[in-house]
Design a protein. Sequence first.
Length: 403
Amino acid sequence: MSKANNKLTDTKVKAVKASGKYFDGDGLFVEVTKTGSKLWRLKYRIAGAEKLLAIGGYPAITLALARQAKDNAKAQIAKGIDPSLMKKSAKAKMALEIAQTVKACAEAWMRHNVPKWSEGTQKAVMSSFERDVFPSLGNRAISSLKPQDIIKTAKAVEARGATDQSGRLLQRLKAFTRWATVNQLIEFNPSGDLKPDEILKKHIVKNRPALQSNQLHDFMVRLNNYRGSTVVASCLRFLTLTALRPSEATGVQWNDVDFDNATLIIPASRMKMRKEHRVPLSKQALQAIEEMRPINGHRKYVFASISKPTTTLSENTLNLGLQRMGFEATSHGMRATFSTITNESLNFRREVIEHALAHQERNKVVAAYNRSDYFEERKKLMQWWANYLDSCARIQANSQMTA
């Protein structure tokens, strides 16, 4: 660097107050504005045009750093590269990375899947990302994700004993990064080669605990005498009477119910199989809904949450209700109880019971040709089931009186 170019010193740059341009040489100068700001600039020519490169402000950018920036820019110019355009490109890339954080991209992925996911799935995916992904990775640029980030996130969930959740989260992360790759948000999929069985411990699937047939009598008496929340008791009764999944029962809205025809219509968007589900309502199921009218009749959901009236009860709340009654069964396990007893009764065909449970026909050929939902037969099934539950309560109550 020629000494003739080094016209400025740190002392001079620090001391100068008057507005104007103070040149160091070779196109580098510091501009003092009327407000007193001192800004480094580089005047240069490329392709016959005179241009100006903004380097930064003093004292954050010292004289030595400004000279280094000038030398770097000159080296680029010598190669035919415009330093101003390079700087703009770097800024644009940084802005893109800020906009394309893991959180922003994951939320876009979830919005993309709304038409394919049930309401319950949407809530489950969002909840798992908010709890286990966003705190550590949410503000990271998605382009910075590495396989180790995915592994570490899944194993952290496993470490707290949630082995089933860790497996589901890993699959969701794989689906998310695959979508991001296809949509060119990232060049390489960081989870593409990751296999659950090579990362996580083997998870032994356990069926959700269900009430045994010989427990149903005691359960119905305790449910009828439940001293906790009326909303929880009515929702448990409704869930038991209808054999719905917990999220389907808690998510029932007043406008889903056709009272004139005693039918509940759950839209496809809220069903696991993404197919509208018509549920014939027994007299007892309608009664469970009517019990909620004085409490939640003015709200969106029939079984609105007690603490948060604009939302539904959670599955965990129902499970806690069962525990308070002294049962280890889960609310989802009540479907297994329904299936066992109705199948053992031999009063109804398997197809009718499976449709009552909103199970999809596994044989695709049969499903393609058989479009029946056995609604009329299910009317008889659901009323028989409701009457059976009532008889269980009466039998247990009578045995306690004569004991």
